[in-house]
Design a protein around this ligand. Structure first.
Ligand code: GLC
Ligand code: MG
Length: 246
């Protein structure tokens, strides 16, 4: 029987990527243990934008890519159609987008940031974030539209199907690969990573994490969650040493 692999699921921006030296150092370490690890990148970026980042920062090729905050899963550049079909149930993108359009403080992100299962906006920095998001969620619920709103970095608002976020996407892969919780480690820095920490997995929060993730950790953090002392890729390495003695 082949030896069980470790499942490493990491966010990119401000987690694996951010400090080029730390990223390169981490990549070398990872390369030396590559055959023991199933490597997954979980990002808010689109597939195209992730490929650009991988090339620019010379990241290792992942086994799977969770893109668009969990709205898409790719393996070798091919979209996972089972996942697409699953999250399409009960998802009415047009109706949700037209409702969200009524909120003038929500500024649409670029067309490249949108996909069939992800509607993304920016909120102006000065606005009262939580009340707008609450109101949007209430209006969606009142209209019978199933969706979840994910707020990150005090700025980004993503509307996704209820079933799709980074956490659900990683659990879908973890089940398919049959990798147990103790061997699954997730790494992140911001609000769109919270759903990963909510799964039955180990998690490392890098030292440069955003306030929304730190607030989540203060309220819900447990023994499975490690707050790293180092930022970015250095924090991932700390977490791997802490949970896996790597
Ligand atoms: C990435 C995506 C953006 C999203 C943000 C937070 O920056 O490009 O669309 O809103 O992550 O999830
Ligand atoms: Mg990030």
């Amino acid at each position: 029987m082949p030896k069980m692999k470790f499942l490493l699921v990491t966010d990119l921006d401000n987690t694996l990527v951010g400090d080029d030296k730390a990223t390169q150092f981490f990549n070398q370490r990872l390369q030396s243990m590559r055959s023991q690890i199933c490597l997954v990148y979980a990002t808010g970026r689109s597939h195209a934008s992730t490929c650009e980042l991988i090339a620019e920062k010379q990241l290792l090729a992942p086994d799977y890519l969770i893109a668009g905050v969990g709205s898409e899963i790719y393996q070798d550049g091919a979209l996972d159609l089972d996942w697409a079909q699953y999250i399409s149930q009960n998802w009415d993108k047009m109706a949700i987008a037209s409702l969200a359009q009524q909120f003038k403080k929500l500024k649409p992100q670029s067309p490249q940031a949108q996909n069939p299962w992800k509607i993304s906006y920016f909120l102006e920095p000065s606005t009262e974030h939580s009340s707008i998001i609450q109101e949007l969620q209430q209006k969606l619920t009142a209209s019978g539209l199933a969706a979840q709103i994910i707020f990150s970095s005090n700025r980004d608002v993503d509307i996704l199907p209820e079933t799709s976020n980074k956490g659900n996407a990683l659990t879908y892969l973890q089940k398919r690969l049959q990798i147990p919780s103790e061997l699954t480690l997730v790494c992140g820095d911001s609000g769109n990573d919270i759903s990963m920490f909510e799964q039955d997995v180990r998690g490392v929060i890098v030292a440069n994490a955003m306030s929304e993730l730190l607030a989540w950790h203060r309220e819900f953090g447990g023994n499975n969650h490690y707050l790293a002392r180092s930022a970015g890729a250095g924090g991932i390495m700390e977490g791997m040493a802490y949970f896996w003695e790597f």
